[in-house]
Design a binder for this molecule. Structure first.
Ligand SMILES: C[S@@+](CC[C@H](N)C(=O)[O-])C[C@H]1O[C@@H](n2cnc3c(N)ncnc32)[C@H](O)[C@@H]1O
Length: 223
């Protein structure tokens, strides 16, 4: 029996990746055809952050988004990084400590039960994670709860090839990615975001032949 695609599998694989951050970078660079960093920057830009904003980095991993987020919100802002893997949370904490930036806060937490009050954040970012979190619908509900009306949520994620002959590789890629990253390739995250926030509140643009996308949610003033 296998528990691939469960929270315990996710925690195990990400504890392992947290000890091999260089390898994870290589894996992600290959998976995103070398556009891993530029897509990250694009996702942060889509948040439209202003100085002094409070932004959540959900399932932050080792914290690769932190420098971009800290730069965007400035010294009066707040960046909260949360992750469920103990190894990832410790690595992110270490990165925050080394950065010595007062605006960074890191904790271990479940995306489905965030330790934040309602409307506590101006924006939230979730990169490469919503497709790996076992209960992603609970995570989306939590994003909806903690981001204030009028705020923004941006999701950068991957999906299998949607068309063309290269789709023949999907079964192999999906299986390897499920094992290596707890990936759930059958999800359609833009549909789930639209169901939670409203169809007209979510813009999606695709990259890398449709295998990467950035979804920008403009949280309604009243939900
Ligand atoms: C592929 S990594 C992405 C990390 C980081 N956001 C990045 O862009 O590199 C997916 C992350 O989701 C986290 N994760 C999985 N399940 C979670 C949950 N229930 N709550 C919070 N984080 C979770 C994993 O621990 C892992 O750090």
């Amino acid at each position: 029996m296998t528990d691939v695609q469960s929270q315990s599998h996710a925690d195990r694989v990400y504890d392992w990746w947290s000890r091999h951050p260089g390898l994870f970078d290589l894996f992600a660079t290959a998976a995103f055809f070398g556009r891993y960093r530029s897509l990250r920057r694009m996702a942060v830009d889509r948040l439209g952050l202003e100085r002094g904003d409070r932004v959540l980095d959900l399932a932050c991993g080792t914290g690769p988004n932190f420098p971009l987020l800290v730069e965007a919100v400035g010294s009066g802002g707040t960046v909260v990084g949360l992750d469920h893997s103990r190894g990832m949370a410790v690595a992110a904490l270490q990165r925050a400590h080394e950065a010595g930036d007062e605006s960074l806060r890191v904790a271990r937490a479940d995306a489905g039960a965030l330790p934040l009050p309602d409307d506590a954040m101006d924006a939230a970012l979730c990169t490469l994670s919503l497709s790996a979190i076992p209960d992603h619908l609970a995570a989306i509900q939590e994003l909806r709860r903690v981001v204030r009306p009028g705020g923004r949520v941006v999701v950068l994620d991957a999906q299998p090839y949607q068309s063309g002959p290269i789709r023949v590789f999907n079964p192999l890629v999906n299986r390897v990615s499920a094992l290596a990253t707890n990936w759930y390739p059958d999800r359609h995250l833009p549909t789930d975001l639209r169901a939670a926030f409203g169809a007209d509140r979510v813009d999606v643009d695709c990259h890398n032949g449709g295998t990467a996308f950035v979804a920008t949610v403009r949280v309604p003033e009243s939900l």
